[in-house]
Every structure is written in structure tokens, then in C-alpha cells.
Design a protein around this ligand. Structure first.
Ligand code: IMP
Ligand code: MG
Length: 180
């Protein structure tokens, strides 16, 4: 088994690139169908969603816009959900169909906070589109309209997702196998 070491952890491929791209295409097809005749505004959450957002947008055939936002939170090894700020949220979203592009929903607290703060700006609709979801870890009721994969509660990296800043630049998604 080919492993990848990032800092103190060893990772092995859990979702190969071909499978990722297949699911990204499926989800883009759902968005193309659901938003037919509309002009959605995609809001990609940096940093983790940058590769997913790029691949997804290549499959979206609707007239659409994309903006990038960053959520500042107290970062640690586990998610605190203490989102302090939304950086770069300059778009006027009133009356718009907003589709949030996220890398992974873990506890769901980050997305819950973002949906709350966007709702106050009078969009026509808000939908969440997440590459990955860890259903066992969800702490609140969250409507995740589009998702590519549901995964177990293990730490993953690659295809945009990081471990302590590293590991975003892989084509496949990896799961931690060992801490050395
Ligand atoms: P939530 O608020 O708990 O849903 O946190 C979601 C955020 O935690 C994601 O946007 C990621 O930045 C981060 N995260 C959660 N699980 C993982 C993981 O397995 N690998 C890398 N980042 C993760
Ligand atoms: Mg994130």
C-alpha cells in the first residue's frame, strides 16, 4: 500500500481521483438540472474548497458567477465551530440563488454559522454543496443539498484539504492510517 507522510501522520489513498471526478460530475449535473433558467452565485469557501470548486465549475453549464470567501475561526486539530469572521464577502447576494461550495462538513457548525449570516442578507435561496460529509459527527440539523461523498469519522487530506497546511496538492483523497 502506497502511503504518504505529512508531518507526524501517515495517510493512504481512500478515494482515487477518478472516483472523485465522477461524483463531482454527478453533483454538477444535479445543480445544472435544479438551477435551469437561473443564474446562481457560487460562494467557494477557502482554502479547502479551491480544487473542488474549480472542477465543479468546469461541469456547470449555467450562466453563473463565483466568489471566494474565507472563514476565520479558532483552528486546532478538531473543529471548534467558533467562526469569527467572513472575509471577502463583498458580493450583493440579495435576491440571488446562492450555492455554497465547501470541502467538508464535519460538525456542521461552520456551515450553520455561514448560512445564518448569509440569510440576513436577503438571498432568494441558499444551498450547501459539500465535497465530503462526516454524518456521524454532525452536531446540528443541517440541510446539505449536494454532496459527493459521505465518509467515516477519520481525518482525511488531499484534493484541497490539508493537515496543518500541508497535503492540499494531491489528486486523490487520503485517510490517516497511523500517527508516528
Ligand atoms: P465543521 O464546522 O466541524 O463542520 O468543520 C468543517 C471544517 O473543518 C472543514 O471546512 C475543514 O476545514 C475542517 N475539517 C474537518 N474534518 C477535516 C478532515 O478530515 N481533514 C481536513 N480538514 C477537516
Ligand atoms: Mg473548510
Amino acid at each position: 500500500m502506497e502511503t504518504l507522510q505529512v508531518k507526524d501522520k501517515k495517510f493512504a489513498v481512500s478515494i482515487p481521483e477518478a472516483e472523485i471526478l465522477k461524483q463531482v460530475k454527478r453533483v454538477a449535473g444535479e445543480i445544472n438540472r435544479d438551477y435551469d433558467g437561473r443564474e446562481p452565485l457560487f460562494l467557494a469557501v477557502l482554502n479547502g474548497a479551491f480544487i473542488f470548486a474549480a472542477d465543479l465549475m468546469k461541469e456547470v453549464v449555467l450562466p453563473s458567477e463565483i466568489q471566494f470567501i474565507k472563514l476565520a475561526s479558532y483552528e486546532g486539530t478538531t473543529s471548534t465551530g467558533a467562526v469569527t469572521e467572513t472575509i471577502g464577502m463583498t458580493a450583493d447576494i440579495s435576491g440571488r440563488d446562492v450555492v455554497i461550495i465547501e470541502d467538508i462538513v464535519d460538525t456542521g457548525l461552520t456551515m450553520h454559522h455561514l448560512v445564518d449570516s448569509l440569510s440576513a442578507r436577503s438571498p432568494r435561496s441558499i444551498a450547501i454543496c459539500s465535497l465530503l460529509v462526516k454524518p456521524a459527527n454532525l452536531k446540528i440539523d443541517l440541510d446539505i443539498r449536494y454532496k459527493c461523498f459521505e465518509i467515516p469519522n477519520d481525518f482525511i487530506l488531499g484534493y484541497g484539504l490539508d493537515y496543518d497546511g500541508f497535503g492540499r496538492n494531491t489528486r486523490d483523497i487520503y485517510t490517516v492510517v497511523e500517527t508516528v
